[in-house]
Design a protein around this ligand. Sequence first.
Ligand code: ADP
Length: 425
Amino acid sequence: MLDVTLWKRAEDALRVSEERFAFVRKTSGVGFWYCDLPFDVLEWDEQVKAHFHLPPDAVVSIDTFYDRLHPDDREPTRRAIERSIAEKAPYDVDYRTVDTATGAEKWVRAVGRTSYAADGTPIRFDGVTFDITERKRAADELREQDRRKDEFLATLAHELRNPLAPVRTGLQILKMTPPGRSAEKAHDMMDRQLGHMVRLIDDLLDVSRISRGKVDLRRERVDLRTVVENAVETSHPVVEAGRHDLAVNLPDEPVWLDADLTRLAQVVSNVITNAAKYTPEGGRIHLAARRDGDEAVVTVTDTGVGIPAKMLAGVFEMFSQVNKTLDRAQGGLGIGLALVRRLAEMHGGSITAESAGTGRGSTFTVRLPIAVAQELHPPPGRNGAAHATPASFRVLVVDDNKDGAESLAMLLKLSGHDARVAHDG
Ligand code: ADP
């Protein structure tokens, strides 16, 4: 008789350890490889074989390894292995493996080390592999986004700098000329350039507010016709500047929306402004607003430069511009339509673009859900009649920007009000 208690315990411990190891293998996706040196017998588990696009029963040799490495990664990997064996350095490399049949690629990270006999002869080279394809893809995408952001910053700096030169020149003209025709022209020009700059900055602020979820819609009952009328008025200067013919069709009946009037007007005016910007002088722009079942639909069609089919979906992406070489005074920052789409979506609506191609005009369609119970509840009228404006107010202007506060007070005084200034609370 023999007491096998210890033996049995050891067997149990070994079984538990093996089960745990099998579990780790299965759940981690890590592959294990073992090689004797100098690389006669290679042992790869199923996972390593999968990382090299091989079936579980494939027989492998060191040639299989190099054959399936991407040609550009063979030499660096060979050098890393040699260095690890010769210098006792850790082995840690990223390489691409290629399926020789289909050309499919994977990014794999291999980590290993060399073992040595007592006399220092290298005898084994073992390690693990992980699939890092997804991580590489994410890194590439981040790099691309970073590049786009850099490009955007460059464009932004340029766009913000541009209006400043004429404004500064205008100021000099005003200093040098008495009031009269030239001074007036300088005024108008400065006004235009400043307006352009303010629009850019407003868009920028909107983009950052929207992407941080900081925009709240001030919803009220508004008539689609009011939205369109406001938008047409806002975009009037750009339409006028392009000498375009803008035709507007409105429904005869009110179409009630539960919407933020300012934001929706911004959506429509942005689309009209684009139609004017991307249409050569003297073009035709047609805006139609109507009710279609449960939806309010606004379409804006122009006879402009059009959009190539492959760019159609992309125009709503942030920072996207079809024609980067377009005169910058015309093009903006490529954020207008991204904003428009987000605002339309916040209203539960959508925007789409169509174009028959370059030079053949474009149509943008905005769809919005109409307010439920259209007919039952006429909207509450705006409270009371407009107050008679008193001739003069007493106004306190508080702003820590001294120039801002003082110039506003000056304007108020010139307009006949009594204004005081404070620079802090
Ligand atoms: P941008 O500031 O460049 O106008 P938007 O986001 O408003 O940015 O528009 C993105 C791009 O979509 C524009 O740069 C332009 O190439 C294209 N686009 C927009 N509207 C039109 C249109 N009506 N006709 C042709 N191209 C347009």
